[in-house]
Design a protein. Structure first.
Length: 277
């Protein structure tokens, strides 16, 4: 079993905030929707599930000193602390005979957690709101959950709903539900932190003579950009406060428009005319 601390890159003394911060960073970097490896993403999810649950973390930190599988799938656990050889023999004998008080029951402490991906657009991040999703348990039962999407929600954000997971075994505590936010890519923009970068293509004539162009923000609000005469390639124009919000904050990034001058392909005759001007 992989070490959960190594998977998340945190110390064994890390607190809940450190673990959550490391998880969010790695989940965002390795999310399958962003080209990440699915197995790596699942390992990160599993490590976070282990370290964010006090009981699971304690079991991870203090594994059984000796655990061995017996015949017919039975399990024997030996504890060498404080007992002599006769105690060990008695323990083995009792378990092998199927003593109900000695044989370890391989049954989970609670039902499994459920994970659901929820896709949101960049525009969805501009206002806190609720989305209703349908969740299905392993028993085939369906129920609806109103997911509260916070202002400035980022890709890979995980929202936990305690006690709303799987309910396969009625005698066990119900698992938890994890809703994982996945931002839908908008081809018009690149994301850089809370800033948005939008390329603006103009031709050589427009670059030399100057022009006015219209660009749209993520909420489709339109802005006029005045391109000056002699504009150079990669010239940047900043639209303050038109980027993404920092999560659960009123701080908002900028929309940065980057000029991309498209050079036409000319014939030899056209090139000669230009040389003689």
């Amino acid at each position: 079993m992989a070490d959960a601390y190594q998977t998340l890159g945190v110390d064994r003394s890390a607190n809940e905030a450190d673990i959550k911060k490391a998880y969010r960073k790695l989940a965002s970097q390795n999310h399958p929707d962003k080209g990440g490896d699915t197995q790596k993403f699942q390992e990160i999810q599993s490590a976070y599930e282990t370290l964010s649950d006090p009981v699971k973390r304690q079991q991870h930190d203090n594994p059984s000193p000796f655990h061995q599988a017996g015949p017919n799938g039975s399990h024997f656990e030996f504890n060498f602390g404080g007992g002599g050889p006769e105690d060990i023999f008695a323990q083995f004998f009792n378990q092998a005979q199927g003593n109900p008080f000695k044989q370890r029951q391989q049954q989970p402490r609670r039902n499994k957690d459920l994970r659901v991906n929820l896709q949101v657009t960049l525009a969805d991040t501009l206002n806190p709101h609720a989305r209703t999703i349908s969740v299905q348990t392993t028993k085939g039962e369906r129920f609806n959950v109103d997911v509260k999407i916070p202002l400035g929600v980022s890709n890979g954000t995980t929202i936990k709903y305690t006690g709303m997971g799987d309910n396969r075994f009625e005698s066990l505590t119900r698992g938890d539900l994890y809703v994982i936010i996945s931002l839908i890519r908008d081809a018009r923009f690149e994301i850089s932190g809370i800033n948005l970068i939008a390329p603006l293509e103009i031709n050589s004539i427009e670059a030399m003579t100057g022009c006015d162009r219209i660009v749209s923000g993520i909420d489709d609000k339109e802005f006029s950009i005045k391109i000056p005469k002699g504009c150079q390639n990669n010239t940047k124009f900043g639209l303050q406060g038109q980027g993404l919000y920092q999560m659960n904050s009123t701080v908002r990034g900028d929309l940065i428009v980057v000029v991309n001058i498209k050079t036409p392909i000319l014939t030899d005759e056209q090139l000669n005319i230009l040389r003689n001007i």
